[in-house]
Design a protein around this ligand. Structure first.
Ligand code: NAD
Length: 594
């Protein structure tokens, strides 16, 4: 017989505890919440009232149900009030000594059969369990923030957890509408082990002023479809909590990717804990408010226009591949005149044909008028001679990702293009300065990293080298606005913003699979339902192509020499075996039968 949980104790009603209490109460359970003092209880009440009011506004909860929900939650400052509960979940700050103390105390108060769960994000459940007289009935029940919204619950078992306790907790997670994955006791479990290296890296980028906080966040939202950028997410998680999680992971892994970057400690010491304190990477209009307000780091109005760009009407595109074709279409649709250069008549015909077919599709879908299609097509001129780029105001190179080929193109463009013409590269991994150095106009060279498919993806990374002139960056900014793209600005480092943040995380997922900690399905599910990512890491790797992914990881490793960036051997083996993902029918998964 499965255990029935009717009354649940929640110790600590902060960011997570209050949300967890709400989840239980929404599902008809009675909750006894324990906090430190009356002020903390008042804070928790306000948190719950705000959260249920938001759910009511959105029509997810009737006012009557919201009232009943709140009535099911009682709050106290005395742990002894937990004597009658059927399950206890602890959500106090992420410190082992504090949690162990609470576990030891609660162990003496509740019935012997009661399961003790911790919401810890990274601490060892085994360590906590041995502080009690019931190690076999101690588990991790790791909710995600905000608990009422995120579906995933990681159920963590130790080497001594009884199987029936695990089974009961899986059933219980289902009853409260969550998706459980059962895993072993390793720092960070699945989701945080993969997420926090990425978050730490984003904080480091911010600290090094590689890009602004707004651009780092926008890059991941528009480049990867993430619901939130990493710095906004850190503010939501709480910087103190993030710091503790990173420290626990670092102590276990000794992986520098997990060593909290110094800015965390500085911000925590200064009281900038994120949303809960009203200020973290961003400023909010009050503690616990999600509303971002302008501060000293906000881009000042008009600052972007301080330098004006050069006039651009005629744009050259070198190349006839996927990216070049997409970019030609985007340019022509935005009213720019385009000269596209291919190496043969055949390649050009194919590329222009692809643009026409794509425009036709847009007409069929009602997104483009026939007139606009004709006008866009009329603006495209094709050539096999780079010399025909002579009058272009800007040329975008999108040829094969090989430095010698790109340098040769830049050398010729530099000779044939008029003075003042801007030369841009779409490279995703080569140094832009290498292209610039092939010319006698390094100041006029910039990276314009479009994402695939260029017609759809809103993001463009504008990459400045040490030589790029400010009015060239301004021109790139203005062009992106005309193309209705979201431009973010960064320096000339391997991976720019998006790939540098994304691929080490994907690599970590492969290493986790290789270590047999969890299956590809569980890892994908955890990242989608716990972190609301649009795709799991293995789904994404198979779509991007394992060869392309491996090449990016190698570039990142060669540039930064972080041991953690070294490509996972499993990825190398799959590439060697020709399993490159969807394009070959097999990668991490087999698509041949589908
Ligand atoms: P928080 O600082 O927002 O809340 C902790 C609460 O515990 C505070 O309200 C504090 O007053 C209370 N508290 C402290 N000592 C207590 C005691 N002795 N008895 C009762 N209450 C006490 O922290 P949080 O972000 O809610 O994190 C809580 C736990 O949840 C941590 O283990 C954290 O790792 C984990 N977690 C956090 C997130 C997240 O995104 N923040 C997500 C999943 C899990």
């Amino acid at each position: 017989m499965a255990r029935e949980f009717e009354v649940v104790g929640v110790v600590g009603l902060g960011t997570m505890g209050a949300g967890i209490a709400e989840v239980f109460a929404r599902n008809g359970l009675r909750v006894v919440g324990v906090e430190l003092d009356d002020a903390a209880i008042a804070r928790a009440r306000t948190h719950l009232e705000h959260s249920t009011a938001r759910a009511t506004e959105r029509g997810k909860l009737t006012e009557q149900d919201a009232g009943a929900l709140l009535e099911r939650i009682s709050m106290t400052t005395d742990l002894n009030d937990l004597s009658e509960v059927d399950l206890v979940i602890e959500a106090v700050p992420e410190r082992l000594d504090l949690k162990a103390e609470i576990f030891a105390a609660v162990d003496k108060i509740v019935r012997p059969d009661v399961v003790l769960a911790s919401n810890t994000s990274s601490l060892s459940l085994t360590e906590l369990s041995v502080r009690t007289g019931r190690p076999a009935r101690v588990v991790g029940m790791h909710f995600f923030n905000p608990a009422p919204v995120q579906q995933l619950v990681e159920l963590v078992r130790t080497v001594v957890t009884e199987q029936d306790v695990v089974d009961d907790m899986v059933a219980f997670a289902g009853r409260i509408g969550k998706v459980p994955v059962v895993i072993g006791d390793r720092a960070g479990f699945i989701a945080n082990a993969l997420l926090f290296g990425y978050l730490n890296h984003a904080a480091r980028m911010f600290e090094e002023r590689y890009a602004s906080r707004e651009d780092i966040d926008a890059a991941m939202r528009f480049g990867c479809g993430y619901p939130m950028g990493p710095l906004a997410l850190l503010d939501l998680i709480g910087l103190d909590t993030a710091y503790e999680i990173l420290m626990t992971m670092y102590n276990q892994s000794k992986n520098l990717m997990h060593a909290p970057t110094p800015v965390f400690k500085q911000m925590i010491t200064a009281g900038l804990l994120g949303r809960k304190s009203g200020r973290g990477f961003y400023s909010y209009d009050g503690p616990d408010s999600p509303k971002v307000v302008a501060d000293a780091h906000s881009p000042a109005d008009g600052a972007a226009d301080a330098v004006s760009g050069r006039p651009v009407q005629l744009v050259g595109v070198v190349g006839t591949g996927t990216m070049a074709t997409g970019i030609v279409e985007v340019l022509a649709k935005a009213g720019l005149d385009v000269v596209v250069r291919g190496r043969s008549e055949g390649k050009i015909e194919a590329a222009v044909g692809a643009v026409k077919r794509s425009l036709d599709k847009a007409v069929v879908r009602g997104r483009l008028s026939e007139e606009d299609r004709e006008a866009a097509i009329a603006r495209i001129r094709a050539t096999v001679n780079l010399e025909d780029m002579a009058d272009c105001d800007l040329v975008i190179e999108a040829v094969a990702e090989e430095i010698d080929i790109k340098r040769a193109v830049f050398e010729t463009l530099d000779e044939v293009c008029k003075p003042g013409a801007i030369l841009a590269t779409t490279t995703s991994s080569l140094p832009v300065i290498d292209c610039a150095a092939a010319t006698a106009r390094a100041g006029d060279v910039v990276g314009l990293h479009f994402f695939n498919p260029a017609q759809v993806m809103k993001l463009v990374e504008v990459v400045s080298t040490i030589a790029t002139a400010p009015d060239v960056v301004a021109t790139a900014r203005e062009l992106c606005t005309r193309l209705r793209k979201h431009a973010v600005f960064c320096g000339d480092r391997a991976g720019f913003i998006v790939n540098a943040l994304l691929f080490p995380y994907l690599n970590d997922a492969v290493k986790m699979l290789e270590a047999h900690y969890a299956s590809a399905d569980d890892i994908d599910a955890a990242m989608k339902t716990g972190c609301a990512l649009p795709m799991g890491p293995f789904e994404l790797l198979d779509v991007v192509g394992l060869d392309v992914s491996l090449a990016i990881e190698q570039t990142l490793y060669q540039e930064f020499r972080m041991a953690g960036y070294a490509p996972a051997p499993l990825l190398e083996h799959l590439v060697t075996a020709g399993r490159l993902g969807r394009k070959t029918g097999q990668g991490f998964r087999d698509y041949s039968a589908r």
